[in-house]
Design a protein around this ligand. Structure first.
Ligand code: SF4
Length: 704
C-alpha cells in the first residue's frame, strides 16, 4: 500500500544560478507543495518570489505531450527514426559543418553530456553551443585567461563574510534574490558595505552605500583606474604578485593608459570624481572584498576585458580564494555551470578541455569515438548566421527559444525556416522557435519530472529529482539523444540504462588521465553507484583530496591551472566605444530581467501572483529623453532600432540614466503583441567570447 505520508522529495529550483534546494510534496493530482529545503547550503530554506510560486506552475496546460512531425502526432519510433535520418543525410551530403545542436542552461548536466558526446565525438561536429553563450561566456573566457581554467575561486560563504561587496553590472536583488538576502544580512548584521556599479538605479542600487551610475560599457576604465589607484596608494600585495602571478607590470602600464587619473576615470565613466574616490578608497582599505559581476559585465562587446579588469584588481591585492575575498561571477541560469563542465560550448571539447591534439586524442580514446570534431565550432550568434546563409542545414534545438532570445531574433526566426532538417525538443507546445518551422517536435520532460544534476554559481552540484510522473509521452533529453545515437549506429557508446550512468561517465571523463586533477577527489563522483547517486547530497566539485569538503576555494596560495601554475594579469584594452549612436538612433537600449519572471515566462507566466508584479512590457526612460521625444509617463512609446521596433508602456523614471533606455526580455510574440525585444538587439559580440552586447543597441523612441 502507498505510504499515506511520503517524505517530500529534495530537489533544486529550476530558475537562477543560486541553485536553491526545495522540498516537493506531491498531492497525487499532478500538483505539489513546494517549500525551501532548510538543509540545502545554497538557501537554508529561503526562497524568493519565483521559487515560492513553483507550486503554482505545475499544470500541463500548454505542454507538448507527444512527438510530432509536420504538426501530426507520431510515435517516438517514427520521430527518432526521422531525426536520425535527417542528420545522417545532411552529414553524407554536406559534411559535419552543416549540422548543429543548440542547447540550454536549463538542461541537466546529463542531457548536456549526451548531446556534446554525440555531436563532438560521433558526428564530427563542434557546432554545439548554448543559450549560456548569452549569459556567461565572457566570464568563462576571462577565467581561462587569468586562471588557466574556468574556475570560480570562491564560495557563497565568502559573500557573507566579506566587509565590502561590489556589484558590477548585477541586479542581484532581483536576479539572484536569495543569495542577495544572504549578502544583505552581512550589511545589516555586521555593517558590510555595498557598492553598486550600474547605469540604472536597480533594486540592488537602492540598498547600496555607494552607487556609481556609470555610463554603460565603461567598466574597463573604472577597474583600470582602480588598479592604478591601488598601485599609487601602496595597496599591491607584492609578495603574492611576485610569487604567484605574471604580467602585472604590463597590466598596470596599460591601466595607466586607459585611466591615468581619478579625473580621467570619472570623465570616461560619467560620474563625479568624489564618487570614484570614495569607491577606490573603500576597495583599497577593505581587505575582505568580493566583486560580483553578472550580465552588465558579461553582455558586452568587451565583456572579457571587463572580467579581466576586475580579476586584475583581486590578483594585485592577493584577495582571491581567501575567506570573504575574490572575484565572483554570478551565473544566470540553473545549470550554466554544469554545461561548462561537460564542455557544452562550441569552443570547448569536453570536461574543460580544448581542441588541442592531446585532448582530442584523450577524449577520443575515452569515448572510443569514431569521428572526433577537431576544431572549435560556431558560437551562438555565428551559428544562426550560418543557418541564415544555408551553411548549417540540420539543427536540433533543445530546451530554449532562440527565435525570441537571440539578438536580431526576427532574423533568427526567418533563418530557421530555411533549414532542411529542424528538430526541437521542448516541453511547451508553442513558442517562437516552434512557430519558426520546426519539422520534428519531441516532448521533453520538464522540471519536476526530470532526473539528474545541476551545478550552481559556487560549483555546487545538486540533484534535480522527479516528483511527478512523466506526462503523456514526455521523455528526458539524454534519452532522446541516446536513441538517435543508436539509430546512427552508436548504440554501444550510448547504451546508458539510467541517468546515473550518464553522470558517472561524465565524472569519469573528467578524471581520465587528468594530471591536473591529481590533487582532487574527482574519482569519488565517478565511482558513485546508483543508490549513492540517488542520495547524492549537494556537493562542491572539485574537492581537494584529504581536505574537508568545505575547503573548496582556489588560488589563495597560487596553484593556478596554467602550465607554470601562475595566474595571469591581462593588459586590457580601453573600453570599446559602444556602437555609435546616430541622428536616427541617438539613444541606447539596455535589456534585462525583472524580479518575478524567468526567461520567456513559459513557467513563471502560469502564476498570477508573479504576473502581478510587473504585468506588462514596459520601457524605462529618463525624464529628459522622454520630454525630448514627447513620451509621457504611463503612455505608450515605440522604441525602434535598426532591426525592429516594439511598443511598450513608458515608465518615465529618475532610475534611468539620460541617453539610456531599458526594456525587459521576458515578453515574446507568444505572450504579448507589443513586439519582441530580442528582435531589436544588435548582433554585436565580444570578439573573444562571442557573447552578444545586449546592453547598448542604438535606438530611438517616439510616442506610439
Ligand atoms: Fe530559485 Fe534563484 Fe529564487 Fe533561489 S533565488 S528560489 S534558485 S529563482
Amino acid at each position: 500500500a502507498a505510504d499515506p505520508n511520503p517524505a517530500p522529495i529534495a530537489t533544486t529550483c529550476p530558475y537562477c544560478g543560486v541553485g536553491c534546494g526545495v522540498l516537493a510534496q506531491p498531492d497525487r493530482m499532478g500538483g505539489a507543495t513546494i517549500v525551501g529545503d532548510p538543509d540545502h547550503p545554497s538557501n537554508f530554506g529561503r526562497l524568493c518570489s519565483k521559487g515560492s510560486a513553483l507550486g503554482e506552475t505545475l499544470s500541463l496546460e500548454g505542454r507538448l505531450l507527444h512527438p510530432e512531425i509536420d504538426g501530426e502526432r507520431v510515435s517516438w519510433e517514427a520521430a527518432l527514426d526521422a531525426v536520425a535520418k535527417g542528420f545522417r543525410q545532411t552529414l553524407e551530403t554536406h559534411g559535419p559543418k552543416a549540422i548543429a545542436i543548440y542547447l540550454s542552461g536549463q538542461l541537466l548536466t546529463e542531457d548536456y553530456y549526451a548531446a556534446n558526446k554525440l555531436f563532438k565525438g560521433f558526428l564530427g561536429s563542434a557546432n554545439v553551443d548554448t543559450n549560456s553563450r548569452l549569459c556567461m561566456s565572457s566570464s568563462v573566457a576571462g577565467h581561462v585567461r587569468a586562471f588557466g581554467s574556468d574556475t570560480v575561486p570562491g564560495t557563497y560563504r565568502d559573500l557573507e563574510s566579506a566587509d565590502l561587496l561590489v556589484f558590477a553590472g548585477s541586479n542581484a536583488a532581483w536576479c539572484h534574490p536569495v543569495l542577495y538576502q544572504r549578502m544583505l544580512a552581512a550589511k545589516t548584521e555586521r555593517g558590510a558595505k555595498i557598492v553598486v556599479i550600474d547605469p540604472r538605479v536597480s533594486a540592488t542600487a537602492e540598498e547600496a552605500d555607494l552607487h556609481l551610475k556609470i555610463a554603460g560599457g565603461t567598466d574597463v576604465a573604472l577597474f583600470s583606474g582602480l588598479l592604478v589607484h591601488l598601485a599609487d596608494a601602496g595597496r599591491i600585495d607584492a609578495a603574492y604578485v611576485q610569487a604567484h602571478t605574471m604580467g602585472f607590470d604590463d597590466a598596470l602600464a596599460r591601466a595607466r593608459e586607459v585611466a591615468p587619473s581619478v579625473a580621467a576615470t570619472a570623465r570616461v565613466c560619467g560620474v563625479a570624481e568624489a564618487d570614484i574616490v570614495a569607491f577606490f578608497s573603500l576597495f583599497a582599505e577593505t581587505e575582505r572584498t568580493v566583486t560580483l559581476y553578472s550580465q552588465g559585465v558579461n553582455q558586452s562587446a568587451d565583456g572579457v576585458d571587463k572580467v579581466n579588469a576586475i580579476i586584475n584588481c583581486h590578483l594585485a591585492t592577493g584577495r582571491i580564494g581567501k575567506a570573504g575575498m575574490g572575484p565572483f561571477s554570478l551565473t544566470g541560469q540553473p545549470n550554466a555551470m554544469g554545461g561548462r563542465e561537460v564542455g557544452g560550448l562550441a569552443n570547448q571539447l569536453a570536461a574543460h578541455m580544448g581542441f588541442d591534439a592531446n585532448s582530442i586524442d584523450k577524449v577520443g580514446r575515452f569515448w572510443n569515438a569514431p569521428r572526433m570534431a577537431e576544431a572549435p565550432g560556431l558560437k551562438a550568434v555565428d551559428m544562426f548566421e550560418a543557418v541564415a546563409r544555408g551553411e548549417i542545414r540540420a539543427l536540433w534545438v533543445m530546451g530554449t527559444n532562440p527565435a525570441a532570445s537571440l539578438p536580431r531574433a526576427g532574423a533568427v526566426a526567418e533563418a530557421l525556416g530555411r533549414l532542411d532538417h529542424f528538430v526541437v525538443s521542448e516541453n511547451v507546445a508553442s513558442n517562437d522557435t516552434l512557430a519558426a518551422g520546426a519539422k520534428i517536435r519531441l516532448p521533453a520532460a520538464a522540471w519536476g519530472e526530470k532526473d539528474g544534476t545541476v551545478t550552481n554559481s559556487e560549483r555546487r552540484i545538486s540533484r534535480q529529482r522527479p516528483f511527478l510522473a512523466l506526462p503523456g509521452e514526455a521523455r528526458p533529453d539524454w534519452w532522446a539523444i541516446a536513441q538517435v545515437a543508436k539509430r546512427l549506429g552508436h548504440g554501444e557508446a550510448f547504451g546508458w540504462r539510467t541517468v546515473g550512468e550518464v553522470f558517472r561517465e561524465h565524472a569519469a571523463l573528467s578524471a581520465f588521465e587528468n594530471d591536473g586533477a591529481r590533487d582532487f577527489d574527482i574519482g569519488a563522483l565517478a565511482a558513485l553507484d546508483t543508490r549513492d547517486y540517488d542520495r547524492l547530497q549537494p556537493v562542491q566539485w572539485p574537492a581537494r583530496k584529504g581536505r574537508a569538503r568545505t575547503e573548496t576555494r582556489f588560488f589563495a596560495k597560487g596553484g593556478f591551472f596554467t602550465a607554470d601554475g601562475r595566474g595571469r594579469f591581462v593588459a586590457v584594452a580601453a573600453p570599446q566605444a559602444p556602437a555609435r549612436p546616430s541622428s536616427d538612433f541617438p539613444l541606447r537600449l539596455n535589456t534585462g530581467r525583472i524580479r518575478d519572471q524567468w526567461h520567456t515566462m513559459t513557467r513563471t507566466g502560469k502564476s498570477p501572483r508573479l504576473s502581478s508584479h510587473l504585468p506588462e512590457p514596459f520601457l524605462e526612460i529618463s525624464a529628459v529623453d522622454a520630454e525630448k521625444a514627447g513620451v509621457v509617463d504611463g503612455g505608450f512609446a515605440t522604441v525602434a532600432t535598426a532591426h525592429g521596433e516594439a511598443t511598450l508602456r513608458a515608465r518615465v523614471t529618475p532610475d534611468a540614466r539620460e541617453g539610456a533606455l531599458f526594456a525587459a526580455i521576458h515578453w515574446t510574440q507568444e505572450t504579448s503583441s507589443s513586439g519582441l525585444i530580442g528582435a531589436l538587439v544588435h548582433a554585436r559580440v565580444d570578439p573573444i567570447s562571442g557573447q552578444p552586447d545586449a546592453k547598448s543597441t542604438p535606438a530611438t523612441v517616439r510616442p506610439a
